[in-house]
Design a protein around this ligand. Sequence first.
Ligand SMILES: *Cc1c(COP(=O)(O)O)cnc(C)c1O
Length: 406
Amino acid sequence: MDNHSTNFATKCVHSGMNENEHHAVIPPIYQTSTFSFESAKHGASLFAGEQSGYIYTRMANPTVQAMEEAVAALEGGYKALGCASGMAAIHTVFASLLKAGDHVICSTAVYGPTVTLLQTIMKKFGVETSFVDTTDAHFVSEAFKPNTTLVFVETPGNPTLAISDLQEISKIAHAKGALVVVDNTFMSPALQKPFDFGVDVVLHSMTKFLNGHSDVVGGIVIAKDKDTYTKMRKTLNQTGGVIDPFNSFLVHRGIKTLQIRIERHCTNAQTIAEFLENHPAVKWVRYPGLKSHPQYEIGLKQHSGSGGMVTFELKGGFEAGETLINNVKLCKLAVSLGGVESLIQHPASMTHFSMGKEARAAGGIGEGLIRLSVGIEAVEDIISDLEHALELVSHVEEKELTPAEV
Ligand SMILES: *Cc1c(COP(=O)(O)O)cnc(C)c1O
């Protein structure tokens, strides 16, 4: 099935349907930690890898494997590794492909904990990282050192939705003998397939669009070739950050509707981005589907739709942000993204509150910055929710504070 169908929507529904003894249409949940052997000889041959079969769920489980096959098919990779979370997936990649003395180039606009992982744990083990604006491939080229072995790109990046040219970056990295790893969480394989642009490893937080229903934390790494896969599978077996059978089942179930969910996320987000761009309380809007996006042209080359994430800055600063999020009713005030429901986040009063105003400004996080994960509700309901809350928001530009006031 998987190899014969080239249509993505069909792959979403049918990929990773492993055989089972009762011909169940949906792969059963093998909620077991371990599998019995027929004899000492059978056990020995499984451990020696002479015969295929299951031993222990940390090593492999049929329900997990069915989901892994589905995601590998959607990304067009060799095989995938189901992980306990997106961060477990990122850690599996770093722990497998990096060693003490290596240097990493990482996009500046990435998921926050990715930065922390590189700056704390990976640093402790002797890996050095340069954070680079990867939207300009020249900056990537200039950041290379003799010991650079890995380039980590998130595109569109969090929270600014900055877009990086995967083909250009892959060309530069491969010429210098480095691997390219892409966090494809924001687009999902329905809209962007990094392997088509030469990327070596793709990963996702499946917590987001792949599962799509905000009821699972999970991650996945997809390898392009057998060697990289084998290396990473060994790490995952040893470090143990695997996804469990039930969460795998839920993600696999979510994937069946990925294509139709994404279509609605895209059309809703485009309509909302255009609405916001014309609203007097809004200073600017970032959405890959708007011509005003600084990397709009790069986006056209590498993704087939613009996704469900919209970021915008309110003219009224911090207070305007607070007013907006306190007055929306349909949009839920929450972090995370990619679910069927719309979620809204104000970094200055939520995720980035504790870092303080000056540090936020230095990191490019505006006081009136809002991140919206557009759900699949009727778009007019989301717009009327935002419209009502925006009426209460000041349309006045936030006054620049003098140094004494700061
Ligand atoms: C959420 C997220 C992660 C981390 O995933 P978890 O499942 O929360 O561990 C990594 N990258 C991106 C882009 C994300 O949005």
